[in-house]
Design a protein. Structure first.
Length: 601
């Protein structure tokens, strides 16, 4: 068929597809050849040719984003994850890598890819408030993505890529604005907080209009398989059928699955879980040094006085476990600093009736505090900082101890900055920049154990240790993660003859937590806590046992952990054998069936 100077050949193809060949360019070329011109500039032609070559896509699953991110070299498992989300999951996936494997990098890579392909423009990223600026900075600097932190109401409509906290987005007046928009992509960090479909978080995310969706969590299952069902239903409704059919087909007990091969096939369509133990990622070493300290006579007198006080109060409460935890906190505070225990005692004094004999006992302890002129732990911490002569993060559980350390280090000409939960996100970001560029020491409370990335530092001092091993792991995970170039040195301070000595022995020698990978630690703890709380068990032991009984009970506790660890390793080996004929990423890998479960990046 010929129309004017345009020649078209129309051929039937499979009766449904027609191919059209446009020969107009040939006619134009022929006319120019007849007139010997005009011809395009050779240099411009070469540039145009190179531009076309650069934009060629040789295959659909080839990531175009890799040539556009100059500040980052993704790990192989991160590239594989991005490809799988793009080609197999169609942009809706749960990224469930273990802590420290770079879920944020994977999400950024996927987002960049969709933007380059012209498939995504309007994006909403919901993260914990403390991580908003960190997400913005990583997307800006590593991926060249123009994300902004939500601050004012008008920004929802004005900017295409918004990072905000869940709490901000779901409350008035923001809620109606956000729900009124259509998003090309939604990314939710710490998505395990959506596990309960009755919560406002779940309902809010469910109502959001989104084409593509990424849910990031290292703990897709914590207590119940229904949590996983809720997450996947939020992502792809109907993927696992109705609630009743899911329970009938895949659940024996709330934590025990059945029909694992079929369940794995369904999970592999929506979830990716990379694990440290897979061996695909090499981490630097952890070098752990435990440092026992002897309290000064005045500090020891205060500790003994507080110990007698809390044991007496525990007996008066007739073994009430709720009071046990608060009482033992006094002992732990003494081990940290006189300042920490002073504030607690003063508050107790104010709340106690004037005619109560307890009030007099509290005041006697306050008088003991007045006699303490030094802090054994602080002196050792300063000595370590000077010896290390490099950047150091010091973790403490108590705000008063943090303030003491900041003043103490300042008096000795050591630059230190604080990091704590009460700071707004702008100040937290400022503290991170000061630590990165100016200060030698960051003194952090538990808020520093979640979310922040400190790969530029590889020295950490545990001024006092949490009783929950997972919180210790969260602290370590701030520095011992992807991107860390040096071996990480961990210094644990503990005071002889106190409960700290027992806790360090339990964590280091009996649980061997510093040698465990995160997945194993999660699993062991959750199996243990199915029957009783670790912290409550320790508190009861300390308050109701003599020294000899306490040692024996701690040994028993350590043995129970060893038994559970053996069971976990045996179960893992059995799963490896059973899935050897299955596709990669079987249920035991994708789903923490045995309880394998993030303080804060």
């Amino acid at each position: 068929m010929q129309t004017g100077n345009k020649l078209e050949h129309v051929r039937p193809f499979n009766e449904h597809v027609q191919l059209h060949f446009d020969r107009e360019w040939f006619e134009q070329l022929h006319e120019r050849a007849q007139r010997n011109g005009p011809w395009d500039d050779w240099t411009l032609y070469q540039l145009a040719y190179e531009a076309e070559q650069a934009s060629l896509i040789s295959s659909f699953d080839q990531l175009q984003s890799l040539v556009h991110i100059q500040q980052l070299t993704p790990m192989p498992h991160q590239i594989d994850t991005a490809k799988k989300v793009l080609t197999e999951m169609r942009g809706r996936a749960i990224l469930a890598d273990e802590v420290g494997l770079g879920k944020t990098i994977e999400a950024g890579l996927i987002l960049k890819e969709y933007i380059i392909r012209g498939l995504v423009k309007k994006v909403l990223i919901l993260v914990p408030a403390s991580l908003v600026l960190q997400w913005v900075r990583e997307l800006n600097q590593k991926f060249g993505i123009p994300a902004v932190a939500q601050k004012k109401e008008y920004m929802w409509a004005q900017y295409d890529i918004i990072v905000a906290s869940m709490d901000t987005a779901k409350r008035d007046p923001h809620r109606d604005i956000v729900l009124g928009m259509e998003y090309d992509m939604l990314i939710v960090d710490e998505a395990h907080k959506l596990k309960n479909k009755k919560t406002t978080n779940y309902q809010f995310i469910n109502e959001l209009r989104k084409k593509y969706c990424l849910l990031l969590t290292a703990t897709p299952v914590q207590n119940d398989l229904s949590e996983l069902y809720n997450l996947i239903t939020l992502l792809k409704p109907g993927q696992l059928g109705g609630q009743g059919s899911f329970q009938a087909n895949f659940v024996v007990d709330k934590r025990i699955p059945k029909n694992e091969e079929q369940l794995q096939q369904e999970l592999s369509k929506v979830m990716i879980r990379n694990r440290r133990s897979d061996g695909n990622v090499n981490f630097t070493k952890r070098i752990v040094r435990n440092i026992p300290l002897t309290l000064s006579p005045e500090e020891q007198a205060l500790y003994d006085g507080v110990t007698d006080f809390v044991k007496g109060r525990y007996q008066e409460s007739e073994g009430d476990i709720s009071s046990a935890l608060s009482l033992v906190t006094l002992q732990r505070e003494v081990c940290s600093s006189r300042d920490a225990v002073f504030i607690t005692l003063v508050n107790m004094f104010k709340k106690t009736a004037e005619d109560s004999p307890v009030r007099q006992r509290i005041w006697q302890l306050v008088e003991l505090i007045r006699s303490i002129k030094a802090n054994t732990k602080a002196e050792k911490a300063m000595e370590l900082v000077q010896e290390i002569n490099d950047k150091v993060i010091i973790f403490t559980e108590y705000r008063a101890s943090q303030e003491y350390l900041l003043n103490y280090l300042k008096e000795h000409k050591i630059t230190a900055v604080p990091y704590r939960g009460g700071m707004n996100r702008g100040k937290k970001d400022w503290m991170m920049d000061l630590f990165r560029n100016r200060a030698q020491v960051l003194v952090a409370t538990e808020a520093g154990g979640e979310g922040i990335n400190l790969q530029f530092c590889h020295n950490m001092i545990n001024f006092d240790l949490p009783w929950n091993p997972m919180r210790v792991e969260q602290r370590i995970g701030r520095v011992h993660r992807l991107g860390q170039q040096d071996d990480v040195k961990i210094y644990n301070l503990s005071t002889n003859g106190t409960i700290e000595e027992y806790i360090l022995s339990l964590l280091h020698e009996k649980i061997n937590m510093f040698e465990l990978v995160i997945g194993e630690l999660d699993t062991i703890l959750e199996r243990f806590e199915q029957s009783h709380s670790l912290e409550k068990s320790i508190a009861q032991m300390i308050l109701s046992s003599s020294e000899e009984e306490l040692k024996r009970q701690m040994d028993d506790l350590g043995r129970s952990f060893t038994t559970i660890r053996t069971e976990v390793e045996r179960d893992s080996a059995a799963r490896d054998i059973s899935r050897s004929h299955m596709m990669p990423g079987a249920v035991g890998q994708i789903l923490p069936i045995t309880g394998e479960a993030e303080a804060s990046p």
